[in-house]
Write a protein that binds this ligand. Structure first.
Ligand SMILES: *[C@@H]1O[C@H](CO)[C@@H](O)[C@H](O)[C@H]1NC(C)=O
Ligand SMILES: *[C@@H]1O[C@H](CO)[C@@H](O)[C@H](O)[C@H]1NC(C)=O
Ligand SMILES: *[C@@H]1O[C@H](CO)[C@@H](O)[C@H](O)[C@H]1NC(C)=O
Ligand SMILES: *[C@@H]1O[C@H](CO)[C@@H](O)[C@H](O)[C@H]1NC(C)=O
Ligand SMILES: *[C@@H]1O[C@H](CO)[C@@H](O)[C@H](O)[C@H]1NC(C)=O
Ligand SMILES: *[C@@H]1O[C@H](CO)[C@@H](O)[C@H](O)[C@H]1NC(C)=O
Ligand SMILES: *[C@@H]1O[C@H](CO)[C@@H](O)[C@H](O)[C@H]1NC(C)=O
Ligand SMILES: *[C@@H]1O[C@H](CO)[C@@H](O)[C@H](O)[C@H]1NC(C)=O
Ligand SMILES: *[C@@H]1O[C@H](CO)[C@@H](O)[C@H](O)[C@H]1NC(C)=O
Length: 825
């Protein structure tokens, strides 16, 4: 008993003095931990958040000591987790191996499993994040290192590759789900067949991403994997081994490379000032390209959170797995197909097809003979295995068995209309269609009555003060985290904008599908018509929308106070019944990106319109930065936030991220980096610093996009990634930048001077240092005046997919493998 007390006390003392080793006399158990000498990493028992379940599973894990959000970098992979860490112990076994024992069940859970010559060993946690098993008397004799046996994380200083003699490889294996580090279906490893390239695979069988072979300098499909300014990397490939190694040039940077639960590989960096992990690079580029991410009959949608949903007529097979982001179980059919039931054919109506437009069609389609869509449908109905068909101008294709890797809202290569076979009862039949027609007639009449009622209602409420009070009471109930006084302050300024829910329901046909303009993580946008005939865009924020109440408030107050012809104007807001709805003027030509990046539609944008857009956006920004009484930085300027009216006049939208500056404060550091990749200036992306000059940077990128018709962030479809800023600079220095001008503008050589002026202005705006970028008022005078001499342009910020657009001064001074610097010639 006394010895137990002594042991416990001793354990406490160990904790306090932050011991970094496990020796044969000091095992680790319960809440004990060991911490590396520089206090960078901690090892102990860790229980991942378990979702809804109450039971706790513990795993031996290593995590960052100084990051409040526990982030593991390694776990001991066990078949059975530990349920009570006080009865488990991590200790040095008599054969010198480090083992995890469950003392209650007297069971060996995990072992380093090496053949060790000495029986006097110890395990030490290092500042590199590795747990090393060494000889106790000579720590340079290393038997085993956790960094050579990575789980889902590849740390700087570790190798990822394969020993060709022993066939031992380091591969990254995704966690099974958010709460379970045991091996999941997604892996990353060097090709076991010996070619020098990395593969991401599903269930060790299907490759869904490849780095492309090593060409002596970089990986051909993924050059940014090895060339970036913050990392030093090396690929070794000889007869004995092949591996990739990387280290950080700046030891204060905290960075890790992982394969996440969704099968994407990612390089992340910890940003101390914003207390979050930021993704600097990921592959596959789109989450939906991960094979079978959403399981059978699950469909991936990049604009939805979570990404996966079941298709019509199906529901989640195992809800609890879905809650933990493990979608591999997929979805099950709600009602069996007619041919799957044993009833006589007379009873059950024959199966129907649900039309899914704009989906990425699953692989393994089978050719079928049919000359029309109807024939194709019959072919499918004739086989009980047939689950879907499509009929496009190459012919009829059918699918047998489960449908995998579906994607919604997809308009790229391999997309089309899928007809999904469902039991008749899963689809609304003809009968119901009739009733909806009757319903809508009745509904129309009702709407007229409702509008009348509304008019009367408003006529009867002439006392404004009264109305304010009424609305703030309902709003206050809905928005509980609002302080009442705050609310009153804000309502004062948006008072005249309040619209009621009923009006909006009528205007948008009760937020009907047919009125939907767009959908995103924030919620939906509907088109509507007010009783006076005015067309509106209704942004209905979802309850779970990431646009929190704070952002909504700032959007409301700001937008209400800002009036400029190049800013979208807010018509009204509605905060009733837990709804958060913003009503804007309707923009018939939607957003700039839908036109500019569409091969056909961009032909509508002749140079005159493009120049109008560039100068309009510049004026809108100048108003925000300099002329409005508030001084606002937009922070998320991009093509999709530029809306176009019927005459292609640009209007800047989405002030959710805008921030008011008081007085002479010109720069601020944000705790949340929330801009859009590719448009973020280096100082914002790297250090979270934003100012009017960060908007100038985004504006510069936008100008280059408008002139070239290319996106800055690289097109997912093309083999070659385009870093627009670098590309333009390269051509600029060679003097052939004219080649980059969007070919659909080529018919108008008379504008070339103006186009070049815009490119030059754009390049000035994407300069590395904020102070080298012009203010928007200067931009405006550069664009409008014939006589202003433009300053000369120097090398802009360097953009790559690993770090976005970064500060290139560091790369200039560094040695070793770095970016290819573009010299003016
Ligand atoms: C230990 O390694 C041997 C081969 O080296 C293997 O057969 C055995 O299954 C391993 N044991 C454990 C517990 O991993
Ligand atoms: C292990 O250590 C003991 C003494 O502590 C020694 O007698 C024994 O021979 C050692 N065994 C091996 C395999 O080295
Ligand atoms: C420790 O081991 C290394 C490698 O085997 C050897 O070179 C070194 O001399 C040893 N040091 C001592 C103090 O035994
Ligand atoms: C993974 O592959 C194995 C055979 O290699 C198979 O038995 C298993 O069912 C597959 N898992 C899934 C989820 O398809
Ligand atoms: C990758 O290597 C190829 C072939 O040597 C080279 O042309 C290309 O510029 C390199 N890409 C990068 C980003 O370094
Ligand atoms: C392969 O490279 C490793 C690491 O540079 C080196 O230690 C080893 O000797 C090399 N093997 C051959 C056969 O060149
Ligand atoms: C788990 O919790 C989430 C919300 O936290 C809820 O939406 C979900 O339905 C819950 N799942 C189960 C199986 O209780
Ligand atoms: C249909 O009948 C077969 C054998 O007659 C039986 O095995 C099967 O379970 C039945 N299926 C259904 C859905 O009732
Ligand atoms: C038609 O659909 C099939 C099946 O997905 C596909 O392989 C084919 O490329 C499509 N044809 C066209 C022209 O889209």
């Amino acid at each position: 008993m006394a010895s137990l007390v002594f042991l416990l006390l001793f354990g406490q003392i160990l904790l306090c003095t932050a011991v970094d080793t496990i020796t044969s006399t000091t095992p680790l158990s319960g809440s004990q931990q060991i911490v590396s000498q520089g206090s960078k990493f901690t090892l102990g028992f860790y229980s991942p958040p378990q979702g809804n379940t109450t039971s706790s599973n513990y795993y031996i894990a290593i995590w960052y000591s100084n990051i409040p959000l526990v982030t593991t970098v390694w776990t001991a992979t066990t078949d059975v987790p530990v349920s009570d860490p006080t009865t488990a112990s991590l200790e040095i076994a008599s054969d010198g191996n480090l083992v995890l024992l469950d003392q209650a069940k007297n069971q060996l859970l995990w072992s380093t499993n090496e053949s060790i010559a000495s029986n006097s060993t110890m395990a030490t946690i290092r500042d590199s994040g590795s747990l090393d098993l060494t000889d106790a008397s000579n720590s340079s004799i290393v038997y085993w290192r956790s960094i050579d046996h990575p789980t889902n994380t590849w740390l700087p200083g570790g190798k990822l590759g394969r020993n060709k003699i022993t066939s031992v490889s380091q591969r990254l294996v995704a966690w099974k789900n958010m709460a379970d580090p045991s091996p999941g279906l997604f892996t990353l490893e060097l090709d076991p067949n010996g070619t020098p390239q990395f593969f991401s695979q599903w269930n060790s069988s299907i490759t869904y991403w490849s780095s492309g072979p090593w060409n002596g300098y970089n990986f051909s499909f993924s050059p940014e994997m090895t060339t970036t300014y913050a990392y030093e990397s090396r690929f070794i490939n000889n007869d004995t081994e092949g591996y990739l190694f990387y280290s950080l040039k700046d030891v204060s940077v905290v960075s890790r490379f992982i394969i996440d639960v969704g099968g994407q590989i990612k390089q992340l960096r910890w940003l101390g000032y914003s207390q979050q992990w930021v993704v600097f690079w990921s592959q596959p580029w789109s989450q939906c390209e991960v094979y079978a991410l959403c399981g059978a009959y699950g469909s991936c949608n990049l604009n939805a959170l979570p990404y996966c949903n079941c298709v019509q007529g199906f529901s989640q097979k195992v809800q609890s797995d879905w809650d933990l982001q493990d979608y591999s179980g997929g979805c099950k059919r709600n009602t069996p197909l007619q041919c799957q039931t044993n009833s006589t054919s007379a009873q059950a109506p024959s199966d129907k097809f649900h039309v899914m437009e704009d989906v990425r069609l699953p692989d393994n389609a089978q050719d079928a003979v049919a000359t029309s869509s109807q024939e194709c449908e019959v072919v499918c109905l004739n086989s009980c295995f047939c689950t879907a068909y499509t009929y496009n101008y190459t012919g009829c294709f059918v699918w047998h068995g489960d449908l995998i890797t579906l994607q919604d809202q997809y308009r790229g290569i391999g997309g089309g209309t899928l007809l999904l076979r469902l039991a008749a009862s899963e689809l609304p039949d003809q009968q119901r269609k009739k009733t909806t027609i009757i319903g809508s007639v009745v509904g129309g009449l009702a709407a007229v009555l409702i509008i009348l009622a509304i008019v009367l209602f408003f006529l009867s409420r002439t006392c404004r003060r009264d109305r304010t009070f009424w609305i703030s009471k309902t709003a206050g109930a809905a928005l509980t985290d609002f302080r009442y006084s705050d609310l009153l302050d804000d309502i004062q300024s948006i008072d005249s904008l309040l619209l009621d829910l009923l009006t909006l329901r009528v205007a948008t046909n009760d937020f009907g599908e047919g009125t939907m303009l767009g959908k995103g993580g924030f919620g939906m946008v509907h088109k509507g018509v007010l009783p006076d005939g005015k067309q509106i865009a209704v942004k209905r924020l979802s309850h779970s929308s990431r646009q929190g109440i704070g952002e909504l408030k700032s959007e409301l107050v700001l937008v209400a106070k800002l009036r400029h012809r190049n800013l979208v104007s807010l018509i009204g807001v509605c905060l009733e019944e837990q709804e958060k709805i913003l009503v804007y003027e309707f923009m018939p030509n939607r957003s700039l990106d839908t036109i500019l990046f569409d091969v056909e539609k961009r032909k509508d944008l002749d140079w005159g319109r493009r120049f109008k857009i560039i100068s309009g956006v510049a004026r809108g920004l100048q108003y925000l930065h300099e002329d409005s009484q508030l001084k606002i930085v937009h922070r998320d300027l991009k093509a999709s936030n530029i809306l176009l009216d019927f005459d292609y006049n640009p209007k800047i939208s989405d002030f959710g991220l805008a921030k008011i500056f008081g007085g002479d404060q010109s720069e601020d550091v944000t705790r949340r980096i929330a801009g859009t990749y590719g448009y973020m200036s280096p100082e914002y992306a790297m250090h979270g610093q934003y100012s009017a000059k960060s908007d100038a940077f985004s504006f510069g990128v936008l100008v280059l996009e408008i002139v070239t018709g290319r996106r800055n962030n690289g097109s997912c479809n093309s083999e070659q990634y385009v870093y627009l800023v670098n590309l333009v600079w390269e051509h600029w220095t060679r003097g052939n930048v004219v080649e980059l001008i969007d070919p659909s503008l080529s018919g108008h050589p008379s504008h070339v001077d103006q186009v070049l002026k815009c490119i030059r202005t754009g390049l000035l705006c994407v300069q590395n240092r904020p102070e080298d970028r012009p203010a928007m008022s200067s931009v405006n005078s550069m664009l409008t005046s014939q006589s202003v001499r433009l300053p000369s342009v120097s090398m802009p910020a360097f953009c790559d997919r690993l770090s976005g657009c970064s500060d290139n001064s560091e790369s200039e001074s560094s040695n070793g493998m770095t970016i290819t610097k573009l010299e003016p010639r």
